[in-house]
Ligand binder design. Sequence first.
Ligand code: PAN
Ligand code: ZN
Length: 192
Amino acid sequence: MVEFMMPFTIDVNLQNGIIPNAPIVQTRHLSDLQGLFADSAAESALLAENPILYEVYEATENPVVEGHLRYSTTVIYPGKVGDEYFFTKGHYHAIGDRAELYLGLLGEGYLLLQTPAGEVHALRMLPGTAAYVPPYWGHRTINVGTENFVFFACYPADAGYDYASIAEKGFAQIMVERAGKPELVANPKWRT
Ligand code: PAN
Ligand code: ZN
């Protein structure tokens, strides 16, 4: 017997990305991403201040089971560690074949995608850009602007998070500021 969940709507504040009634499920400070930035000296120096890099608002009413979707907004603050722009930790989905869709709401950023072998693609995201994360790709978002970079994400409820591979190896390429502009360069810390 199918159990029918009641349909519903949610509101997303398009001025700031906040989903009213959705708790902040993640507040990530620099210390939560320690070791992920290429410039270790700049990272250590900024740790004294330990700024918040990003926050995630996730609507939590949906069951975390196969067949359902979950959704959230992520607000990444502007800033850099050395010349590398603030980014999210990045992860593969624990169930690798689960895809995801991002929709840019505010600001200017990049979605960095990586295969486990280290093939990287960077997709520019502006308000209105819908960016697809195909199954099996690791993904990280980066704020390359001077304002908050905010995006909506929708993903299979059972996708889960594998942070360990990224924490261990990082991304093969990183986004740094060169002559005032974002540029993708090889990550000196990347381990194959
Ligand atoms: C997103 C991310 C969110 C924060 O909702 O979880 O942007 O990034 P990290 O999880 O890498 O810290 C998503 O991709 N969910 O699957
Ligand atoms: Zn994801």
